[in-house]
Design a protein around this ligand. Sequence first.
Ligand code: XMP
Ligand code: MG
Length: 183
Amino acid sequence: METLHPDVKEVLFSEEDIRAIVSRMGKEISRDYADKNPLIVAVLRGAVVFTADLMRAISCPLSIDFMAVSSYGEAAKSSGVVRIVKDLDTKIEGRNVLIVEDILDSGLTLSYLIELLKGRGPASVEVAAFLVKDVEGNRPAIDPRYVGTHVPDEFIVGYGLDYAERYRNLPYIGILKPEVYSK
Ligand code: XMP
Ligand code: MG
């Protein structure tokens, strides 16, 4: 059993839980993309850990590229403003693109990315989100084709997810203690 970080209030998904979720998603994607040679687009930086696991759970041929967007800065709430920090190196015309994201909250980041990539003439654009945040009365702007699991409307860290660039290396998904980000 991993030791709990003192800034984490509660573990939502253990390493073992995560493995089971990723394995299930990998099977779904392998089946759907068996003959499509998808281009996996990992959204830096948060999705790096999930992408590394997910791509090894996918059995069909694939390629991978990275995009970096910035939406939050170091604040805890989405501003709705998305900035492309690093673009793809791959031409996506005619390709089946699968965007891999760590967490979907308002969906603003992803809806912006989807529109941007669709403008480049890919055969398809779908989304695999490891987490979807359940926010009361709020419907995300997009509907991901693949969803790992849901989390409550709290600040989530670990498994790639950060607060002010910390906690990304925690091997589990946890809830950050509110006193850490309200200070
Ligand atoms: P939107 O609202 O655009 O936000 O769907 C998606 C992006 O915001 C980040 N995000 C979080 N990051 N813990 C984090 O570490 C969270 O609880 C959280 N909620 C949203 C995330 O980077 C995602 O790409
Ligand atoms: Mg992110």
